[in-house]
Design a protein around this ligand. Structure first.
Ligand SMILES: *Cc1c(COP(=O)(O)O)cnc(C)c1O
Length: 361
């Protein structure tokens, strides 16, 4: 535990809050936030305060040079017990890798755990407990040094905000291959969870949505031949009874859901292959039946089936089976996340009691 202060406004603010009937994903925000600043070479005492605007210098690095990284993880309270996280230290590990790539400060484990722990413990009465619902946590780090010269910030703000959410229903996704634009270059920042990658993907997303599809499918930036991922989800195919997913190559994100699905599928006796997957092979495989199922995965939606892959010219390739293995994997993973079934991987972690305010303890 690091040094933190809890503002006297926090409990009165929470006392006035109630969960709306309709949650959606990321729409409703818990009215408190956690903040820790790094300045003068040290982490300053952190604060839990009411949610509100933050003051930022107009010349801050984040606003001009996109020095920013973020994470997304969920706390569940479906079983009878306390709220629990799913693999929270994996998010910290990735956040610090992203942070190093963007020349930002390393976030110490105690500051991170205080942030997600306090936010979750104080939000406990508002964590929806229906299956599929959770508290979505969004830790993020920004560079705040206020000079316009190029260079690295030496002051940073780390924050955690939270949103009681329903599962993100992507539905049966129709995705379109992006043949022109690239989301990230090899050697670029594609493997870092940083806002710029999203900014770079928005135009393509807008284009495919105008054509009636849900998301872009990104190809490798060198040959434009191999599948990388969707803009915020990793990609899997079921090919001749084996699960195949693009091998990590540094230009797309190493999803924690991706990693969990790989372990879970192997645990179920399914062969999983990480390799370079050519888009043409998938299209041909859908036609021949060798590729029977396609799905994507990420924290928000967990596992989302793909029903159609469209080429850039509008040719649709309808996937043979939709949401069969995907549904099985989604249900198994969710059962572990919600502590409804034994967790053979020790992935879930209870929120430490020390963070709970007295009225909840
Ligand atoms: C966050 C993210 C994912 C999914 O990662 P999870 O750890 O599974 O949530 C996939 N792709 C991109 C670009 C992302 O930002």
């Amino acid at each position: 535990m690091a040094n933190y202060h809890i503002s006297s406004d926090v409990l009165p603010t929470l006392a006035e809050f109630s969960l709306p009937d309709k949650l959606g994903f990321g729409e409703v925000k818990i009215p408190i936030m956690y903040r820790a600043d790094y300045a003068d070479g040290v982490w300053q005492p952190a604060e839990l305060t009411p949610y509100g605007n933050i003051a930022i210098d107009p010349a801050a690095k984040v606003l001009h040079y996109a020095q920013e990284v973020f994470e997304g993880l969920k706390a569940y309270k479906v079983g009878a017990g306390r709220a629990n996280f799913f693999r929270p230290l994996e998010n910290l590990k990735r956040m610090n890798m992203s942070s190093a790539r963007m020349c930002m400060i390393e976030i110490p484990e105690d500051i991170y755990m205080d942030g997600i722990g306090l936010m979750t413990a104080y939000s406990e009465p508002f964590i929806p407990n229906g299956s599929g619902k959770s508290l979505y946590l969004r830790p993020f780090l920004i560079g705040t040094r206020s000079n316009l010269g190029m260079g690295v910030s030496d002051t940073f703000t780390f924050m955690v905000i939270a949103s009681p959410s329903a599962i993100y229903h992507a539905g049966h996704m129709k995705i379109q291959i992006e043949r022109e634009a690239c989301r990230a270059a090899r050697g670029g920042t594609g493997a870092a969870k940083t806002g710029g990658n999203y900014a770079a993907s928005l135009q393509s997303a807008q284009n495919v949505q105008r054509r009636g599809y849900d998301q872009s499918l990104w190809l490798d930036p060198i040959e434009m031949k191999y599948i990388e991922e969707l803009s915020g989800m990793n990609f899997f195919i079921l090919q001749n009874g084996e699960l195949h997913t693009p091998k990590l190559n540094g230009s797309f994100l190493a999803g924690i859901t991706r990693d969990s699905i790989i372990s879970l599928a192997r645990h179920k006796g399914i062969t999983v292959v990480e390799r370079d997957i050519a888009i043409q092979e998938v299209l041909t495989g859908i036609q021949s039946g060798a590729v029977s199922e396609v799905f994507a995965c990420g924290t928000a939606a967990i596992v989302s089936p793909v029903s159609i892959i469209a080429d850039a010219d509008g040719t649709n390739y309808a996937v043979n089976k939709v949401d069969e293995l995907a549904a099985t994997l989604r249900q198994s993973l969710l059962a572990i996340q919600e502590q409804r079934e034994v967790d053979p991987f020790s992935w879930t972690q209870e929120v430490a009691e020390q963070y709970s305010p007295a009225y909840i303890k």
